[in-house]
Design a protein around this ligand. Structure first.
Ligand code: PLP
Length: 395
């Protein structure tokens, strides 16, 4: 079953449903193209051709110029770790500062931790109450003592994003001080058009499962000029142009390639994105109407079209999530990846919200597969579950 009964899935920033075309591509690769892409015989050559075809698709998705700029990894987290390692392992002795933001995903925060322990100083640039990065503070901090800038394109919890022009300003300043610039763009593909040439970065990370591709496969874009700085994280064979050892995940790569083409085609005319934005707006206005005291986050920031971050006062967050799940509505409280570590959302705390708001916030994230009927039902379910829970606890 592709979807249990009539359950509604609004947790697409955690992961997305795999597109049928992607399943087909993965299946075909497993069944027919199971050779080792490094082998020189016909089996290997066919597998290699599939990998290279997918590389071209990811290149097109990112607006890159050459397939050699793309390297395949095991997902967003590995891409991020690889970029950070590639930049910092080559850092000259005089560069000991890392610039990042207060709202990064744990994949960035945690991969910086060992570098901090080994003597790098990590400066976290603040965001405002809407989740907007303080770009001026980032520019002011960028000098020749900096070894790396790593920020995100869009926040997985609130959808707040830094616009291309602002990222380009960071990129220009980074280039002027010869500082490598990594962009965690994991929440970008399939939601916003991407053009690496305009974003100003040297490294850009993406992950297949965020745009209807398979889990456990991602890609890292490396600007050609940044290649001399590259020190591989995963060492082994000479795969991926000696930048990532290990036999490639051919089925996963075939899947991310298909997903990349689908995402690019879907975004091309703007109609799909407009529809998702309208559904998101409809959901937000219904939630504000149904739930007394509800408050939306990041509404004043440039943001992803698919993400709703809403504070539901007077109901315990965990109880609300499990009650919604019981009613067939899948959403999350903050980030799915951190929802196992209970406690207030560090992202909302960094935006200046108190513990109550940072603990009682829901994230609802749509995808191109979300329907208008699901949005209406989701709002109905949320409205009635909140009313029931409030009634229960005020009785
Ligand atoms: N960066 C951001 C902004 C994310 O949202 C995620 C996943 O939630 C990641 C990185 C990690 O990606 P992956 O799950 O592919 O390791």
């Amino acid at each position: 079953m592709r979807n249990p009964e009539r359950a509604i899935y609004l947790d697409n920033n955690a992961t997305t449903q795999v597109a049928p075309e992607v399943i087909e591509a993965v299946h075909a690769a497993m069944e027919m193209t199971w050779g080792n892409p490094s082998s020189r015989h016909a089996f290997g050559l066919r597998a290699n051709a599939l990998v290279e075809e997918a590389r071209l698709a990811v290149m097109r998705l990112l607006g890159a110029r050459s397939p050699g700029e793309i390297l395949f990894t095991s997902g967003g987290t590995e891409s991020i770790n690889t970029a950070i390692h590639a930049a910092l392992a080559a850092a000259p002795a005089g560069r000991r500062r890392i610039l990042t933001s207060t709202v990064e995903h744990s994949a960035v925060r945690q991969s910086l931790a060992p570098w901090r322990e080994s003597g790098f100083e990590v400066t976290e640039i603040a965001v405002d109450h809407e989740g907007r990065l303080d770009v001026e503070a980032c520019l002011a901090a960028l000098d020749s003592g900096v070894a790396l800038v790593t920020v995100q394109l869009a926040n997985n919890e609130t959808g707040a994003l830094t616009e291309t022009e602002q990222l380009a300003r960071i990129g220009e300043a980074a280039r002027a001080s010869e500082v490598p610039f990594h962009l965690d763009a994991v929440q970008g593909p399939g939601k916003v058009p991407l053009a690496v040439g305009e974003l100003g970065c040297d490294f850009l990370s993406i992950s297949g499962h965020k745009f209807h591709g398979p889990k456990g496969v991602g890609a890292l874009w490396v600007r050609p000029g940044a290649a001399p700085l590259f020190h591989p994280l995963v060492r082994g064979g000479p795969q991926e142009d000696e930048r990532r050892g290990g036999t490639q995940n051919v089925p996963g790569i075939a899947g991310i390639g298909r997903a990349a083409d689908l995402a690019r085609e879907w975004l091309a005319d703007g109609a799909g994105a407009r529809r998702v934005r309208e559904l998101r707006d409809r959901l937000e206005s219904r939630l504000l109407g149904e739930i007394e005291g509800a408050r939306l986050h990041a509404k004043g920031a440039p943001r992803l079209d698919n993400t709703v971050s809403v504070f539901v006062p007077g109901v315990e967050g965990e109880l609300l999530l499990s009650s919604l799940d019981a009613e067939g509505l899948a959403v999350s409280g903050g980030a799915a990846c951190s929802s196992r570590t209970k406690g207030p959302s560090p992202v909302l705390l960094a935006m200046g919200y108190g513990e109550e708001e940072a603990s009682g916030t829901l994230r609802l994230s749509l995808s191109r597969l979300t329907t208008a009927e699901e949005i209406e039902r989701a709002a109905d379910v949320l409205g009635s579950v909140v009313q029931d829970l409030r009634g229960l606890f005020s009785a």
